[in-house]
Design a protein. Structure first.
Length: 128
């Protein structure tokens, strides 16, 4: 059975972006499964530790003080799996509006393990 939403899915996304706002790579990566994948334009990260290392470097460098934004447009929950399609982007330190050239379309694949939602895969691409 497919449902259109789940409070736990939205809570996981809230936690992801709270960790981003705090520039906390450990908390951010803890929300990913150990074997998760992240695909960004031209980049593939395999595993939670690769996600943590990438975000730690980004938060210490170009993404310091940034804030991720994400607006789910479609949420489908099928048992212990969920797919979320969203509009996303990064507000750099001091920005209040997302420039159109940094808007992304993202796909999240989530898995419920021991009653908790975790990220199994994430991918994004330019929205324009």
């Amino acid at each position: 059975m497919t449902t259109r939403t789940d409070a736990g899915v939205h809570e996981l996304l809230r936690q992801v972006y709270a960790a981003w706002t705090d520039n906390d790579a450990d908390a951010f990566a803890a929300l990913y499964l150990p074997d998760a994948t992240v695909v960004l334009p031209g980049v593939l990260h395999r595993g939670r530790e690769a996600v943590r290392a990438y975000m730690a470097a980004a938060f210490a460098g170009p993404l310091k003080g940034s804030r991720g934004i994400d607006e789910p447009e479609d949420v489908r929950v099928m048992g212990d799996t969920a797919v979320v399609v969203s509009r996303a982007g990064i507000l750099m330190a001091g920005e209040t509006a997302l420039p159109a050239d940094r808007e992304r379309l993202a796909t999240w694949v989530l898995a419920r393990r021991d009653g908790e939602w975790r990220i199994a895969a994430y991918a994004n691409a330019p929205a324009r």
